[in-house]
Design a protein around this ligand. Structure first.
Ligand code: ADP
Length: 289
């Protein structure tokens, strides 16, 4: 009864926002309330405090530019078997396609500003429709929502089970963005920055080894056009201004899991899995640099 009532209320909320063109385009999102957690989550008690049910997880990654949202969201998506949807990637695909939006997007992205909610939601809903057509369900969103309005729209159309807020010292974020490299052939993400900050005044030190490319990618590395010092500083400012309030949005709804990265991937991945009550069955990913 309570579940049925919940569904009824939820569909009323969806109907109410369906008049907004932005919200309507997100209507392909899964609206059911029951969640299928991976076996390891189900038996250990899920971090989202949801009962096992009938759909895949719907998680969100928040965090400043350079914190590693893409890295950890992509690893988790492979582990759990749900699509990793990064709105930054959708924007870059649109830029590369030289479609009608490319010129406008290029300017916005290279100034470190946010793309309009309308554009980002239209790109996201196209991606979700493709996922649905391929029979995929559930998702790990990376880079969305980034404004309170985006969070409110998402909240109206679907249930987000858990929001993971990745955190790293501010002085490291810039170095991580500037060290970012992408293989122009295979699309692999690497990082040439070597972070080794000694602990002081009771603050722990932090070590993050570079994530170097294999030999076949080394000569094909490119840098994102928005990973310059000036643009990264502006992206950090925009994050604090427009995206940080999204943390409080989810904190107040009891959905936020705060995760301070203790170091690079070898230290952080096992701890993140622990925080999520997940196990990496073959342990392969935890061993990778
Ligand atoms: P970051 O490394 O800053 O987290 P992303 O790869 O997620 O970068 O995004 C790159 C750019 O794409 C952003 O600076 C912004 O211009 C645009 N973008 C991505 N996601 C959103 C969003 N949800 N809302 C508005 N703009 C976005």
């Amino acid at each position: 009864m309570a579940v049925a009532l919940n569904r009824l209320m939820r569909s009323a909320a969806v109907a109410a926002v369906a008049y907004s063109p932005v919200s309507r385009s997100l209507s392909t999102l899964e609206k059911k309330t029951d969640v299928i957690f991976p076996a390891s989550l189900a038996h250990m008690g899920s971090p989202a405090r949801r009962d096992p049910g009938s759909r895949n997880v719907q998680w969100v990654f928040l965090g400043c530019p350079g914190v590693g949202k893409g890295t950890y969201a992509s690893r988790l998506s492979q582990l759990i078997g749900v699509p990793h949807i990064a709105t930054g990637d959708l924007v870059r695909e649109e830029l590369a396609s030289s479609g009608p939006l490319a010129k406008e997007l290029n300017e916005i992205v290279n100034q470190g500003k946010l793309v309009s909610d309308e554009i980002i939601i239209s790109l996201l809903s196209k991606r979700l429709e493709n996922a649905e057509a391929k029979g995929e369900s559930g998702f790990i969103l990376d880079g969305f929502p980034r404004t309170i309005r985006q969070a409110e729209i998402l909240e109206e159309v679907t249930d987000i089970d858990l929001v993971i807020n990745l955190k790293l010292r501010e002085d490291i974020l810039l170095a991580k963005c500037l060290g970012r490299r992408i293989c122009s052939k295979c699309g692999g993400n690497f990082n040439v920055a070597s972070i080794d900050i000694k602990g002081e005044n009771g603050r722990p030190g932090i070590y993050m080894a570079p994530l170097l490319p294999p030999e076949q990618c080394a000569s094909k590395l490119v840098t994102r056009s928005d990973d310059t010092e000036k643009v990264v500083k502006e992206r950090l400012r925009v994050y604090h201004d427009q995206s940080q309030p999204v943390e409080e949005f989810y904190r107040s709804r009891g959905k936020l899991l705060e995760f301070d990265l203790p170091g690079g991937i070898p230290e952080s991945w096992p701890k993140l899995l622990q925080a999520l009550n997940l196990e990496d069955p073959d342990g392969k990913r935890s061993a990778a640099a």
